[in-house]
Write a new protein. Sequence first.
Length: 116
Amino acid sequence: MNTQKTTVSFETFNDGLVSIHLIDDDGNAGQIRGKFRYAEKTVGAARYYEAMTAKIQVDRLIRIQYQEWLTTEYLAVIHGRVYEISQVQMIPDSLPKTSALSLHLARQREVADGIL
């Protein structure tokens, strides 16, 4: 009989607001799909170097409340800066259930029509 208890972490989303955008025809952040409060997390050394070996740069790691539809086919905008979503991970052992987003600063992309 397994008596091991699962540790559940309670998440707060106090670090800011992220808007998730569709990618428009020019490759920029187009129509807003949703706005979410987020929690900033530390990009650990292991995650950073594993991403670099796969030729992916992780500039920021955030958590938002779980969104089933969210994939790497969207862009994230924080404080007017556009980030490509390089990975979306569902975190099952948190309350509420969360999605961890690995973000890469996209210097060539911008917000279409200046809409945030």
